[in-house]
Design a protein around this ligand. Structure first.
Ligand SMILES: *Cc1c(COP(=O)(O)O)cnc(C)c1O
Length: 224
């Protein structure tokens, strides 16, 4: 298989697994958006997926995305770009200009910076509040106990918050964490759930994911 065929085959397999998981949970597969996480991968690796029909991509670093995507977007204007990594407040304007959705809103200072950036640029990417669902010390995301206050701040700042995002702790069964995120979203009247990666996206779909963020299952293992 050449690289184009391999990309198309991986994409078809992931799509089929998402569809199967959705049907198992009596959900419409069309309600699950597949975000291809292209971090660390150059345009050469991204193009085969675009050629296979994939249009939604995600990056975890603003600078890396700025180096790669404007050129690709100039050709494929219908590409949708999501930021899934930690965002520094001083990059808020750059992020709002480039991305169509931001999954990593996790603190009041970033809420303020994004609100200002949206006012300045006139762009309003969808925002997900990232929850530190396993209350892990080293991990990004808002502590679960601080979530109501952060959501209130985001509402007061008129951020377009559409849902919650989380990365559950590694090496543990993720289902309880996905279920908790879904419960928190319901409690706050949010209907979008960004959860599920290459190793656990079927479980995430069973438990209500509307956005799955998949890197290695589509691109192969990352080098760094
Ligand atoms: C890298 C990354 C992913 C994709 O991870 P894979 O295991 O390669 O699918 C998803 N979400 C976030 C936040 C990431 O940084």
């Amino acid at each position: 298989m050449d690289i184009e065929q391999q990309a198309a085959a991986r994409l078809a397999e992931v799509q089929a697994l998402i569809a199967r998981a959705a049907k198992t949970a009596d959900r419409d597969p069309a309600d699950v958006k597949l975000i291809a996480i292209s971090k660390t991968h150059p345009a050469d690796a991204i193009l085969p997926l675009i050629h296979a029909g994939q249009r939604v991509f995600g990056e975890n670093r603003v600078q890396e995305a700025q180096a790669k995507w404007p050129e690709l977007k100039a050709v494929y204007a219908d590409v949708e770009l999501h930021l899934v990594g930690q965002l520094q407040s001083n990059k808020a304007v750059d992020a709002v200009e480039l991305f169509d959705a931001i999954h990593s809103v996790d603190r009041p200072s970033l809420v303020a910076a994004l609100a200002l950036a949206m006012e300045k640029t006139g762009r309003r990417p969808d925002c997900f509040i990232q929850a530190n669902i396993g209350d892990e010390l080293q991990k990004g995301g808002c502590a679960v106990k601080d979530l109501p206050a952060l959501l209130a701040e985001a509402n007061a700042a008129a951020l377009p918050v559409v849902g919650l995002m989380a990365v559950p702790p590694a090496e543990i069964e993720p289902a309880p964490f996905f279920a908790l995120l879904a419960k928190l979203a319901r409690e706050h009247g949010l209907d979008q759930l960004s959860m599920g990666m290459s190793g656990d996206f079927e479980t995430a779909v069973w438990l209500g994911a509307t956005h799955v963020r998949i890197g290695s299952a589509l691109f192969g293992e990352r080098q760094r």
